[in-house]
Design a protein around this ligand. Structure first.
Ligand SMILES: *Cc1c(COP(=O)(O)O)cnc(C)c1O
Length: 388
């Protein structure tokens, strides 16, 4: 495969002014990722700061209810409540090794911003988070969190005042301040080397899960299920299983109000191949190449494109991609809360919804779900759906 490509997907589609930063990052990542000291330091933080390895939990009540053996990889127990801290810490540590004293990031719902602000506080880095002005209004709690962690939150007033505009501002900042600043991208997306680097960081999820399920069940799972926004928690848990063809891998996108309504974020059902934010992948766009508005009840899945390696895994049919609607997701959210005493993130509830919908198909099978995050952040959204 060509460097930076996954089949025909991926690559580096950025303005000339950004190329030096991309080269510098690529060189630094591969150098430090080979360094034993870097790995040791990273693993040290994952263990004592993030709280890894996260448990692999046998969800016995849901298992009985569904007639299968269900295990949950408990990423909800990570410090800050989701897998996002792994990548944020990896990149913040790399930034420090590169001699940068400042990190920047963009955030939609604020989850990635909180993870970056956390890592920056820990490592003594200056931190600036770009966020669409409308998102700043909608996600007050996370804005307060970032502020308490010592980060500066810059509301972006241009364009649609959401994530897309925040990304543009963050890139402008990066070009201007590249000598001092590293841009922490939040998922397996964007120009190479980001998709590769983020995958390497988050694949700790799958390595742990493979070891843990082997220990408990003396075999590999029949199916591994994860939700897919940009695709990092899915790539993290899939990666170590990719070569084991006997393991079925399922990625669940946001079906929103239903694919036929157009209000969704299922890139593999309604999307086309295009170039968006530095990479070639599936994108929800109209026939003129205009990016479509997306919708999901889960903010982390509400995005017009998807990591390029997922597009490759879809076309090569190694991974099956499907979607769950908001309604199915809410049902899974409540069922998991009541049966297991675990309130899952709405993103992760999409993966659970797939299992609940497909109980019969996976009867008596060994099923592994990546519980990417906890649902505390979502309780207000969910309570609005039951008491209008
Ligand atoms: C952000 C987020 C996601 C989606 O991002 P991926 O890169 O697809 O993993 C999924 N689950 C949770 C809990 C999140 O916070």
């Amino acid at each position: 495969m060509r460097k930076g490509y996954y089949g025909k997907f991926g690559g580096v589609f950025v303005p000339e002014t950004l190329m030096p930063s991309i080269y510098e990052l690529e060189e630094a990542f591969f150098r430090w990722w080979r360094s034993r000291d870097f790995r040791k330091e990273f693993e040290g933080y994952l263990k004592d700061y993030v709280g890894r390895p996260t448990p692999l939990y046998h969800a016995s009540n849901l298992s009985v209810r569904c007639g299968l053996t269900l295990y949950l990889k408990r990423e909800d127990l990570c410090h800050t409540g989701a897998h996002k801290i792994i990548n944020a810490l990896g990149q913040a540590l790399l930034a420090k090794k590169m001699g940068k004293r400042r990190v920047i990031a963009e955030t939609g719902a604020g989850q990635h911003g909180v993870a970056v602000a956390t890592a920056a506080a820990l490592l003594g880095l200056e931190c600036c988070i770009y966020m669409g002005a409308d998102d700043v209004e909608r996600q007050k709690m996370n804005v307060i969190r970032m502020d308490m962690l010592g980060a500066e939150v810059r509301g972006v007033e241009t364009g649609t005042r959401t994530l897309k505009d925040a990304i543009n501002e963050a890139l402008r900042d990066w070009v201007t301040n590249v000598r001092t600043t590293h841009y922490i991208l939040g998922t397996v997306f964007g120009p190479y080397p980001y998709p590769q680097m983020v995958k390497e960081f988050v694949s700790v999820i799958g390595r742990e899960a493979a070891r843990q399920i082997w220990k408990k069940e003396k075999r590999l799972p029949d199916v591994v299920v994860a939700c897919v926004g940009g695709g990092s928690n899915a790539m993290g848990i899939f990666y170590p299983f990719l070569k084991r063809k006997e393991v079925t891998l399922v990625g669940v996108e946001a079906g929103g109000k239903g694919i036929s309504t157009g209000h969704h974020a299922a890139r593999f059902q309604g999307g086309k191949v295009g170039i968006f934010q530095g990479t070639k992948s599936y994108v929800l766009q109209d026939s003129n190449g205009q990016i479509l508005d997306t919708y999901s009840i889960a903010p982390g899945l509400d995005y017009a494109s998807v990591g390029p390696e997922h597009s490759f895994l879809m076309e090569s049919q190694r991974v099956t991609y499907t979607s769950a609607t908001d309604e199915e997701t809410l049902e899974a959210f409540f069922l998991t809360s009541r049966e297991e005493g675990i309130i899952p993130a709405l993103e992760s509830s999409h993966a659970l919804a797939y299992v609940i919908k497909n109980c019969t198909r996976w009867k008596d099978k060994l099923v592994l779900v990546n519980l990417s995050g906890r649902g505390d952040k979502d309780v207000e959204t969910v309570s609005r759906t039951i008491s209008p």
